[in-house]
Design a protein around this ligand. Structure first.
Ligand code: PLP
Length: 409
């Protein structure tokens, strides 16, 4: 397996994202923001080595300010905030998330969690002709729970086995999808391994058998470029918590216009109504756009935070974030190997997003041992997970790997 040459600290810490429109001029001069400029906006780095963005993206100062702006509006306007700036924020966030995915604002709906978005989608199908939902056995459990809970109604969950616990060969999906498959619901990036799946190939396999593809992009959106239209994805769920830097309480559902038009979710609320302020209690008329899947009043502070977090991704761009992630992941793999540890890779570093796992004895104890040194990572069964993002440096990586080495010894 090939690892790219280790980037110098200067390259990682100081290199501006070439050509990015992110100019700052506090001292009167205009210049591009460097990676170090970005890092300085994340207070966690004042006293911690934070390498756990796959659990929770770090809190940036602009995100905190956005929440404060929301609170200021609440404080000064009361309920009138809903009829102006808060309402506008909902539309702006749908538009911002859609832009990230290569979709239109009308194609995206807002939810408080991935689970809520999946519940709405899962409630919209007639499973009689096509009772099967195909899921990888290394997907995040909340994905399968939607459909396992529907087993008493005849829904069948078909698990595709991952032979190595890292990834799933496309041929295994191909074998599992048949003319009784309603939906393939799987990850763009697997949460336990960081391995990337080929979204366009999965869509082709699903469509060839008349099934639909739902992509769980919680571990990919932001750090990987993705165009839902080009890839032919039917549904996509993602959210602010991790790589989109908006914190908990905000998730997004993309639904392809041609597919959603025929769907009438049973898990539904008044935000799904075509004209919700008509307060027509006797008729449920679904909105034409993806809002037809929405539920009730959103947690508005999370909406403000979600949009501010997304601004980082738009400003830097997913293409540059991806390049940065490959550099950081390569440096991490090299450092781990240099320390005599064995990162688990599905082929090359390029096959991974910014999540690298390492088997160690008693991973939760390892996480605690590193936390005592103010190195923040997390664990999953059998492994610890490192998840660097653009604000990390080679020094972070070296410090974390040295701490893990001390633990293992
Ligand atoms: C890939 C993936 N999907 C779904 C979830 C859970 O989403 P939620 O808690 O918003 O339902 C997680 C959480 O870590 C995840 O990593």
């Amino acid at each position: 397996m090939s690892v790219r040459p280790r980037p110098t600290t200067a390259e990682l810490a100081g290199q501006p994202p070439a050509g990015a429109p992110n100019q700052i001029g506090a001292d009167g001069t205009q210049r591009l923001k460097s990676w170090a400029d970005y890092r300085s906006e994340f207070p966690v780095f004042k006293d911690a080595t934070y390498l756990n963005s796959c659990s929770l993206g770090a809190l940036g100062t602009p995100v905190r300010r956005a929440i404060e702006r929301c609170l200021d509006l609440w404080s000064s306007m009361g309920a009138s905030a809903w009829y102006g700036p808060w309402w506008e924020e909902l539309g702006a966030l749908r538009g911002s998330a859609a832009r990230l995915l290569g979709a239109g604002g009308e194609d995206v709906a807002l939810f408080p969690s991935i689970t809520a978005a999946l519940s709405a989608v899962g409630s919209a199908f007639d499973y009689r002709q096509r009772p099967r939902v195909v899921i990888a056995d290394i997907d995040f459990p909340t994905v399968s729970y939607q459909w396992l809970a529907k087993r008493p109604r005849g829904v069948e969950v078909v698990f595709v086995h991952s032979p190595d616990g890292l990834t799933v060969p496309l041929e295994a999906f191909e074998r599992a999808i048949d003319e009784r498959t309603q939906l393939v619901a799987t990850s763009h990036v697997y949460f336990q391994s960081g391995a990337i799946q080929d979204a366009a190939a999965l869509a082709r396999l699903a469509h060839a058998r008349g099934a639909l593809l739902l992509l769980d992009a919680y571990q990919s959106a932001g750090q990987l470029p993705l165009d839902v239209r080009a890839a032919g994805v039917d549904f996509l769920v993602t959210g602010g918590l991790k790589w989109l830097l908006g914190g908990p309480g905000i998730a997004f559902l993309y639904a392809r216009p041609e597919v959603r038009a025929a769907l009438r979710p049973e898990v539904v609320g008044w935000f799904a109504h075509r004209n919700q302020f008509a307060f027509d209690i006797t008729h449920l008329e679904y909105a034409d756009d993806t809002r037809r899947f929405e539920g009730g009043t959103p947690a508005i502070a999370a909406v403000f935070a979600g949009r501010a977090g997304l601004e980082y991704v738009h400003e830097i761009t997913p293409a540059r974030l991806r390049a940065r992630q490959v550099e950081l992941a390569s440096a991490l793999v090299e450092a781990l190997r240099g320390a005599g540890l064995s990162p688990r890779l599905a082929g090359t570093v390029q096959a991974h997003a910014g999540i690298i796992t390492v088997p160690v004895p008693d991973p939760p104890a390892a996480v605690q041992a590193l936390a005592r040194e103010r190195v923040i990572i997390d664990s999953r069964p059998g492994v610890v997970r490192f998840s660097p993002y653009f604000y990390n440096t080679v020094e972070d990586i070296d410090r974390a790997v040295a701490a893990l080495r001390r633990y293992v010894r």
